[in-house]
Write a protein that binds this ligand. Structure first.
Ligand code: 0X9
Ligand code: ZN
Length: 312
């Protein structure tokens, strides 16, 4: 794309302009889709990239947390790479997998971080009988909602909402994932920061049946990133085990309700020096190491047998 660059962060309208340019430029292999209308009336948009029928599918959710700007910067860069890279590994990703990428899920919160409060995390829907605004999207999914952890206080940053799916953005993504569950073999939820890969579950320290595989695939990702001269150090583990309880998250919903057995929260750069306000100089290195990680992740998931098209 002409003016869209990865030397700075972009506002939602520019990200959507970038999507439109990509859709216009690659009409035979791209397709738009809609996840939801947000509380404030914005469209939550996604782009499908598919070069061949019958590919296994990979869904990428980005910026469910408004302030985690590095995630949409990386998602847009990744879209561009899938369509332009001449690298053999990237071409393999583009040719042999279908990609469903939502660069900004929490559109209202994202706009708010640009206009009002750089460190806003939640949605922007008011809560009845509370002066506080917004729900944590990553606690609002209808999977073990409010079981261990998550807050019932509307003023808390991890407020789970008045009910599961109370947020239109979350209801929309849930419906989309459920309706298309036969299409998705892998789901990645982009977050920052911590440099960690987190696998299910978030609501219990018990581990899922394929935990050993999930850790193997995460290890492949971490090793591929560490190998790069500029590569970051990534750790991994289950969400509740390696980080903290997080019930009602995207990846637990994906695992439990959409039958997506390879799924991670990817906490990108950094480890806390800059945190959410990651300087733009980090964008490209973060993008490149994420791509290297995803190449390795897909390869390992393929080796372990998780990439058979689910509808066959
Ligand atoms: O708290 C969260 O939602 C995530 N961390 S963040 O700093 N980006 O807010 C971690 C969630 C990890 N757990 C699950 N996804 N289950
Ligand atoms: Zn987050």
């Amino acid at each position: 794309s002409d003016e869209f660059t990865w030397t700075r962060y972009h506002e939602l309208v520019d990200i959507y302009k970038f999507l439109d340019e990509i859709l216009a430029k690659y009409p035979t292999v791209t397709e738009p889709f809609t996840i939801a209308q947000s509380y404030e009336g914005r469209t939550v948009r996604g782009i499908k990239i598919s070069k061949k029928a019958g590919n296994p599918g990979i869904y990428i959710e980005s910026n469910i947390h408004a302030r985690e700007w590095i995630t949409s910067a990386t998602a847009t860069w990744f879209i561009n790479e899938l369509l332009t890279s001449t690298d053999a590994e990237v071409r393999n990703l583009a040719e042999n997998y279908d990609w469903y990428i939502v660069p900004v899920l929490n559109v209202d919160g994202f706009v708010y971080t640009h206009n009002k409060d750089r460190l806003w995390r939640k949605t922007r829907q008011p809560v009845t009988h509370s002066p506080c605004i917004g729900t944590d999207g990553n606690r609002n999914f209808d999977s073990y909602w409010m079981v261990n952890g998550a807050s019932s206080d509307p003023c808390a940053n991890d407020y789970a909402g008045p009910a599961p799916n109370s947020e239109p953005e979350i209801k929309g993504e849930s419906d989309f994932l459920r309706a298309n569950k036969d299409k998705f073999n892998v789901l990645l939820a982009f977050h920052s920061y911590s440099q960690m890969l987190l696998s299910p579950y978030g609501h219990t320290e018990e581990v899922p049946p394929n935990n050993a595989d999930l850790l193997k695939v995460a290890d492949a990702y971490a090793q591929a990133v560490a190998k790069l001269s500029y590569g970051s150090e990534y750790t991994y583990g289950t969400s509740a085990g390696a980080m903290y309880y997080a019930p009602g998250s995207t990846i637990d919903f994906a695992y439990n309700e959409a039958d997506i057995k390879i799924t991670y929260t990817i906490e990108m750069r950094d480890t806390g020096r800059h945190g959410f306000v990651l300087p733009p100089t980090h964008i490209l290195p973060n993008c490149k190491e994420t791509l290297a990680g995803i190449v390795a992740l897909v390869k390992e998931a393929q080796n372990l047998g998780y990439m058979t098209p689910k509808y066959l």
